[in-house]
Write a protein that binds this ligand. Structure first.
Ligand code: 8YV
Length: 322
């Protein structure tokens, strides 16, 4: 049982996790109101040694600077692009995430979304519910998923799990990544545009952040073309959302399946009216089992930090100043 009570919750968390932080660790929550937040930071903020947050909120450079004793940012989620890693590295603040435990569910979501988008299942469901089928209509034909050509941007843990699943569908998988993955059975392609050009469906599984910001832009979408589909289960920031809306509006893209958006929970209004677009509210990892495993790993990281000063699944170990 950790003895330190200097734990701070930043942003909303899974209710059971927030409750455990409060009852077991005496955690406080960073106020959202500006004046209360400033008061907190000027007072108890000075003693905070660990923050627990999620990819939704994270810890920016200003907050890190306002927490002088901070040693670790424990992140619920695999993506940590909302935490300023440069500031963390400079200050020797450790950062952990929750890899592996969510890989299967996020990959399942990607494949489900891909099938829904290409086969238009959600739109077909609306077709039945609105009485168009019983009214004598015939639902339009859609596009085959099996044996299609799939391009994956980001062949990390989740990208590889998506590839494995689609391989079983007879799909031809190629990928673009920061670096070629040496032992990968899939074909490496040197740019996102070149990859888009070669495939029927492009799946984004890359981490967010500056390095991938708007990587999928108008050029990439045009390369994917009027028969191409875009699936994104990673981060909305990887796509130029305005360019995506424009391409869909002009019929320069066949459809899109999106679990993530540039400014969540805001979804561009135009997308809401498009029947060839499937929209999900960022539920990639959202199953009872996976969220419980993420919660458990988050608490293991916190416990380890509080007892040994180390993290179990670090992106950056505490003290590793650069
Ligand atoms: C979480 C995610 O829902 O792990 C991630 O990076 O995007 C999702 O699994 C999210 O981080 C929780 O806020």
């Amino acid at each position: 049982m950790p003895s330190s009570a200097n734990v701070l919750q930043v942003g909303p968390l899974k209710p059971s996790l927030a409750e455990t932080l409060r009852t077991r660790y005496g955690a406080q929550t960073l106020p959202t109101d500006a004046a209360a937040r400033a008061e907190f930071l000027a007072g108890p903020g000075a003693d905070i040694t660990a923050v627990v947050t999620s990819g939704r909120t994270g810890v920016d450079a200003a907050l890190m600077a306002a927490l002088p004793r901070l040693g670790a940012v424990v992140n619920f989620g695999v993506g940590y692009d909302t935490t300023d890693m440069d500031a963390a590295a400079l200050r020797g603040v450790g950062v952990s995430n929750t890899p592996d435990v969510l890989t299967d569910c996020v990959a399942d979501t990607a494949v489900g979304l891909l099938i829904d988008t290409m086969r238009r299942f959600s739109a077909a469901d609306r077709y039945v519910r609105t009485g168009q089928w019983s009214g004598g209509g015939t639902y339009p034909l859609t596009r085959q998923v099996s044996n299609s050509r799939v391009g994956i941007i980001g062949l990390g843990r989740i990208g590889s799990a998506i590839a494995k699943r689609l391989n079983a569908f007879g799909c031809t998988v190629s990928y673009h990544n920061r670096r070629e993955v040496t032992d990968s059975p899939y074909t490496y392609v040197g740019s996102a545009a070149e990859l888009a050009q070669r495939v029927d469906v492009l799946v984004i599984a890359a981490a967010g952040g500056d390095a991938t910001s708007k990587l999928v832009d108008a050029t990439v979408l045009d390369a994917l073309g009027a028969d191409g589909y875009l699936i994104n289960i990673a981060r909305g920031s990887v796509v130029d959302e305005a360019a995506l809306v424009a391409a869909l509006r002009a019929g320069r893209l066949a459809g899109a399946g999106l679990d993530v958006f540039a400014d969540e929970p805001h979804v561009p209004a135009e997308l809401l009216t498009m029947d060839n677009v499937v929209l999900l509210p960022h539920i990639g990892s959202g199953t009872v089992q996976t969220r419980a495993a993420m919660e458990e790993l988050t608490l293991r990281n916190l416990d380890e930090f509080l007892s040994s000063g180390r993290l179990v699944t670090p992106v950056l170990q505490p003290g590793a100043r650069v």
